[in-house]
Design a protein around this ligand. Sequence first.
Ligand code: SF4
Length: 675
Amino acid sequence: MIEYESTICPYCSCGCGIYLVIKDGKIIGQEPQHEHPINEGGNCPKGRNAYQFLYADDRLKTPLIKKDGRLEESTWDEALDLIAAKLKKADPDDFGLLASGKNTNEEAYVLQKFARVIMGTNNVEYCGRLCHSPTAAGLGPTVGSGVMPISQLDIQKADCIFLVGINPKETFPMMAKRILRAKEKGAKVIVLDPRKTVTARDIGNIHLQLEPGTDIAVLNSMMKVILDEGLESKEFIESRTEGIERLRDHLASLDLKEMEKISGVPLKELKKAARWLAKAEIGCVLYNQGLNQHSKGADNVKALATLALVTGQYGRPGTGISPTRGQINGEGTGDMGCLNVFYPGFQRVGTGASEKFEKLWGVDNLPSKPGYPYTKMLQETKYLWVVGTNPMMAAPDVDSVREALERKELLIVQDIFPTETAQLADVVLPVATWVEREGIHAYVDRRVQKINRIIDPPAEAKPDWWIVCQLAERMGYKSKFDFSSPGEIFEEIRRCVPPYKGITYERLEKTVGGIQWPCPTEDHPGTTTFFTKKFNTPDGLGHLQVVDYRPQAEQPDEDYPYVLTTGRSIFHYHTGSMTRRTPKLNDETPKGFCQINPTDAVAEKIRNGDKVILKTRRGSIEAEAHVTDEVPKGLVFLPFHFGESCANKLTNPVLDPACGMPEYKACAVKIEVKT
Ligand code: SF4
């Protein structure tokens, strides 16, 4: 008998509704949900092939323990006893936990609680550090909150859409659909990106093709044009912001011609874009890793938010600047406190949060000093627990990560596949995937949706929350982790995290499309638009920021003459562990490739399809060359999904001092044909 079960796509954070087609307990197909407000009957290629990886031959099915250098099958008792015995000896600063934007809120919540209550440390992070830490560091001081301030449904209301370092046609296809709808109604679309992406090519009215890492030169220039031409929103600036004189003084001496030379963006085009945004009724700004992943990512975000404030583009449906978290629960895992400086609900470490959670959790001595950020945790800890994330592909300068992981006294990896990181582990714990356990996710626009257990996990694989609770019991903390279901964990979340208080499983099960937090009471409909009357800063005002352009940390030179930038493909997801095990997706893009401009290809004697070697000061990899004018002269693009062409062997681990973001998007590289 064929059955249809409703769930949410496991890939990007648009959160599309899908039906899984089930026969004899096995998923055999997928259909998009027509009634779901996000996708309205559509899905992108990833969503259409969402389930095939579940049945890959190398699914982890039993715990594994390393013996004589080899991972061997074990039992849950043996694995958990071994971990508990070792962790009991760990000092707080020696332990670290890395969670994932694929965890449910319930899993993320118990993981961070384990680190704080049992291990006594704030050394808990998730992969969001490597994606959106500049968002928190940039938007926090500017508008007081680093979340998407609107509903993604309202993007289509905009009459000007500014896309900054984001390629929604490939990475957020349902958002791209809404941008196209707005454009069909007359909206102007501005794309700021060094590459001529499919979004720039197919959707943009103007493509501002900047040199990598020169965003601030462009954004400051746009602000200067707006102020010089008197196009700023005077009433909004007067009533809702502070710092306009400081900003005017700073921009007064900005030399637009010099900025044009730095960014490579023609002033004429830049002025046109600035005027469109300033004059728009509803100006919507969306950004992603092209803006964030720099050693000055926080300043990039501050400049963009200041531009939105100067133009008054905040506080109405469809307006504001929206960070676009890529992972299915990139928002929710952060909401739950898997960050070294935030307890659940973004309650900052060192501002009374530990005392508050001591009361809520009935414990003493919660840590009150910040933990290590993600990359430092990889290097500094002796006992590391990695849950659903793959630093051997995702962290910068992978060779140094390998050395650090090989030094660990205990490396625990909890995942669904034997990832590159799992292969280095002392203990590997097999987990259930998204359709094999229950819980909630918060999608890109704070939209909370519930997923249900539809099929059983294979063999001995278990949900992450179960593993945490079992381990807590062995560490002597059963009473603090006495949960028998995700529903019980969620009830504790509702008590501890005010924006989730009014959301219940029952409500979510009845609400197609979910509920956007904050939702303070059970009869509250959820909040679509933030900042309607004031910002989340202490004085309620938007704080205009003054930032200066500074170049990327590593410039091209004689030895490494090109700039390398990294990114994604529509057919793959993050480090590829799911999509590369999905035949229909992997067949579309089966191996690692890099893009090089035709002029550079001629200079380097590279032909389309040649195997090339890319080399930086960190290491070298091989990839297939795709010769295309999607990249400008001097730029090489490398997607980061492919283990055999691992982009992060090459990337620069230099960090943004404000937030710990590595410089993924620009480093110096050389390229040569493999002979
Ligand atoms: Fe899944 Fe995102 Fe594609 Fe929707 S747009 S089907 S959520 S990957």
